[in-house]
Unconditional design. Structure first.
Length: 618
C-alpha cells in the first residue's frame, strides 16, 4: 500500500511532469494506486492549498480532487430531498470513505477562498463545489448556502464576495429547471428568498464601479445576472410577483447595465472575436437575456397564462404581466432604440450577443400596442440604418470566406447561429414587423430595400464593394420576408394552389395593395436576383442562389422560363470557382422539395443534376 502523505503525493505530482518517461510513468502509477486509499483526497487538498508549491502542481492536485469526486463519489441526495444510502461501490468499483467526503465538504469552500488571485485554482474549487452540490445538497450539506451568504456579506474582501457569488450561482444552476411544484424547487426557492435580496443590494452597490470599468465589479455583476437568470428559468417566485418594488429595482439594474455602460473605443481589442469576450460584453449578454425573458414570457399578457395549469395562478401571472408591460415596456423599448442610435451614429460598441437580444426585445415589443407606439416613429431608422446593415455582407464575413471557406459554409447552415447571431435576429425582427405591423412597416421595408437596389443599379459595370454589400443586405431582407411576400402575392393574384374552387375572393387589404402580385414579384426577381448569378462579387452569386430558392420554393406559379433560368443559374453554382458558392448551390439543389420542383418544371435534366451535385461534393 502506497504511503500517501502530502510530501509523497507532492513528489508524485511533480514527477508526473518529468521529461523522463520512466520517472513520469512511475509517478502516474503511484497516483493511480493511491486513488483508492483512504486519506487520498485529504492529502491532495493539503497539497492544493500549499502556497509554496508551484501553481501547476497545485492545479494538478485540484484536478485529481475533482476527478475523484466525479469517479468515486456516488450521489446520495435526490431532487425530492430523500437521502439514498450508498451500500455498494458505484460503476468505478470504489467509493470514497465517509472521512474523505466529510473533509472535502468541510474544507472546499475555504480552499476556494484561499486561492485568492489564482483564478484557475479558484475555478477548480468551484467546480468541485458544483460536483458536491449535485451529490450532497441540500440534505447532507445544509450549511453551504448560509456559508456562501456569509462570504457575500464580507464586502471588504472582494475575493470572498466572488467565491460566495459563484457558489450561489452553482446552487441555482443545479435546480434552475425545477418548475413550480416540482421536486427540487424548494432548493431554488431558498436561493430566491434568502440570496436574491442580498444580491440585489450588492448589484446596486457595484454599479458605480462598473461605470468606471472596474473589471472586478463587472465580473461580480455578471455572476449576479446569471444567478437571477437561473432563478427565473421556468417560473417566477411569489416574491418577485408580489414585491413590485423589488422587481422594479432588478429591472432598473439590468437596463442600466445593458444600455448605460460602454467600453471606450480606444480600449477595445482590434479583433472582432476578442471584442465579444470583453468583460462588459459578457455582463450585458446576461442582463439583456433577463430583460428579454420578461418581455417574451413573464411580461407578455397573451402568453404567460398558457404556461400555468392552475387557473388562479394564471390570473395572477396575467395581472403581473400587464403591470410589467405597462410599467417597463415603453421605457425599456425607448432605451433599446437609443442604444441602437448610439451604435449607428456614434460607433458605440454593442456586442453580437447583446445586439441579438436587443433585436429580440424589439421584435417582442412590436406585438404590443403600448410598446409599438414607441417603435413606430423609428421604423425607418430601424430598418434602413440598423437591420439592413446587419444583414449585409461584412468585413468579418469576407475574412472568414478567404481564410476558412469550409467554416463559412458550416456557419451558413449551422443551427446554433439561430440563437446567437445578430443577423438571424435581424431577420426575425423584419418578420415580426411584417407579421404584426405590416400596415406600417411594409412600405418602409420595401422602400429601404429599393433604395439600396437602385444605388447598386446605378453602379453600372463598376465594382463598388460598399454597394455590393448593401445589395447583399437588401436581397437578404427579401429572403427573410419571402414567405409573407409570396403569400400576399398569391392571394392578390388569386393564383394560390391551395385556394378552393368556387371560393369567393376577398377584396385586397391596404397592406396587400402595397405588395407586388405574382407577376410583379416574378419580374422583380428576374431583374434584381437572376443577374447576380453572374456577378463579379462571389458573395452576391451565393446570395442570388439562396434568395431565389427562398421564393421559388414557396407556393407560387412562376413561368417555366423563370424556372428554367433559375435552374440553369443554380446548376452553374455547382461549378463555381468559390467553394462557398458551390456549397450554397449543393445545399439548394439537394433539398427534396426543390428537386421535385426542378424535375416538374425542367424535366429531363434530373439525372444530370444529380451528377453535378456528386461532382461538386467530391
Amino acid at each position: 500500500m502506497a504511503d500517501i502523505s502530502p510530501d509523497n503525493l507532492f513528489k508524485a505530482l511533480t514527477g508526473s511532469f518529468s521529461p523522463d518517461a520512466n520517472q513520469r510513468r512511475e509517478a502516474e502509477n503511484f497516483i493511480t494506486a493511491a486513488q483508492r486509499q483512504q486519506g487520498f483526497m485529504q492529502a491532495l487538498c493539503r497539497v492544493w492549498i500549499e502556497d509554496q508549491v508551484e501553481s501547476v502542481i497545485r492545479q494538478s492536485a485540484a484536478i485529481q480532487v475533482k476527478n475523484g469526486i466525479k469517479n468515486f463519489w456516488s450521489r446520495r441526495v435526490q431532487y425530492d430531498g430523500s437521502v439514498q444510502q450508498i451500500t455498494e461501490p458505484g460503476p468505478s468499483g470504489y467509493e470514497l470513505c465517509d472521512a474523505d467526503k466529510a473533509f472535502v465538504l468541510n474544507n472546499i469552500v475555504d480552499i476556494a477562498v484561499h486561492a485568492k488571485g489564482d483564478v484557475k485554482l479558484r475555478n477548480l474549487a468551484i467546480e468541485c463545489v458544483r460536483e458536491c452540490i449535485h451529490r450532497e445538497y441540500p440534505a447532507c450539506w445544509p450549511e453551504l448556502l448560509p456559508q456562501a451568504l456569509g462570504l457575500i456579506a464580507a464586502t471588504e474582501d472582494p475575493n470572498k464576495v466572488m467565491v460566495g457569488l459563484l457558489i450561489i450561482r452553482k446552487i441555482a444552476r443545479e435546480f434552475e429547471m425545477k418548475a413550480r411544484g416540482r421536486p427540487g424547487r424548494e432548493s431554488l426557492d431558498s436561493v430566491i428568498v434568502k440570496a436574491l435580496p442580498q444580491l440585489l443590494q450588492l448589484g446596486e452597490k457595484l454599479f458605480p464601479s462598473a461605470q468606471a470599468m472596474d473589471t472586478q465589479a463587472i465580473d461580480m455583476l455578471r455572476v449576479i445576472a446569471k444567478t437571477f437568470h437561473s432563478c427565473i428559468q421556468t417560473s417566477l417566485h411569489e416574491s418577485l410577483i408580489t414585491d413590485h418594488a423589488s422587481c422594479g429595482r432588478w429591472m432598473e439594474l439590468f437596463i442600466k447595465c445593458s444600455t448605460m455602460l460602454s467600453v471606450p473605443a480606444n480600449k477595445l481589442p482590434a479583433d472582432h472575436d476578442q471584442r465579444q469576450q470583453v468583460p462588459l460584453a459578457k455582463l450585458q449578454k446576461w442582463t439583456m437575456s433577463n430583460i428579454h425573458r420578461f418581455i417574451g414570457r413573464f411580461g407578455n399578457p397573451r402568453l404567460v397564462a398558457a404556461h400555468e395549469t392552475d387557473q388562479n395562478v394564471a390570473v395572477v401571472m396575467t395581472n403581473f404581466a400587464q403591470w410589467w408591460l405597462d410599467t417597463f415596456g415603453p421605457g425599456m423599448t425607448q432605451q433599446m432604440i437609443e442604444l441602437l442610435q448610439r451604435r449607428a451614429t456614434q460607433g458605440a460598441f454593442v456586442s453580437d450577443q447583446v445586439l441579438y437580444q436587443v433585436f429580440g426585445f424589439i421584435a417582442e415589443a412590436a406585438q404590443h400596442a403600448i410598446t409599438y407606439k414607441v417603435i413606430k416613429p423609428h421604423l425607418q431608422f430601424l430598418v434602413h440604418d440598423v437591420v439592413l446593415p446587419v444583414l449585409s455582407f461584412s468585413q468579418e464575413d469576407q475574412h472568414l470566406w478567404e481564410s476558412d471557406p469550409d467554416e463559412f459554409i458550416r456557419r451558413q447552415g449551422a443551427c446554433e447561429t439561430m440563437f446567437s447571431d445578430p443577423r438571424s435576429a435581424a431577420g426575425d425582427l423584419l418578420r415580426s414587423f411584417v407579421t404584426y405591423r405590416g400596415r406600417d412597416s411594409l412600405s418602409v421595408i420595401m422602400a429601404s430595400i429599393s433604395t439600396d437596389l437602385e444605388a447598386y443599379s446605378r453602379m453600372g459595370d463598376k465594382v463598388d464593394m460598399q454597394a455590393c454589400c448593401k445589395k447583399d443586405g437588401a436581397l437578404n431582407a427579401l429572403e427573410n420576408i419571402a414567405e409573407q411576400l409570396a403569400i400576399a402575392a398569391v392571394e392578390k393574384s388569386g393564383k394560390s394552389k391551395r385556394s378552393k374552387k368556387g371560393k369567393k375572393s376577398k377584396k385586397p387589404s391596404a397592406v396587400e395593395n402595397q405588395l407586388p402580385d405574382v407577376n410583379a414579384l416574378q419580374q422583380m426577381l428576374v431583374n434584381v436576383v437572376l443577374p447576380e448569378f453572374k456577378s463579379q462579387c462571389a458573395f452576391l452569386r451565393l446570395r442570388a442562389c439562396s434568395t431565389f430558392e427562398a421564393f421559388i420554393s414557396e407556393n407560387i406559379e412562376f413561368s417555366q422560363e423563370v424556372f428554367g433560368a433559375a435552374f440553369v443559374a443554380t446548376k452553374a453554382c455547382l461549378s463555381d470557382s468559390e467553394l462557398p458558392v458551390i456549397g450554397e448551390g449543393v445545399r439548394e439543389t439537394r433539398r427534396e422539395k426543390n428537386i421535385h420542383i426542378w424535375s416538374d418544371e425542367v424535366g429531363g435534366t434530373l439525372a444530370q443534376l444529380h451528377l453535378s451535385i456528386l461532382s461538386a461534393l467530391n
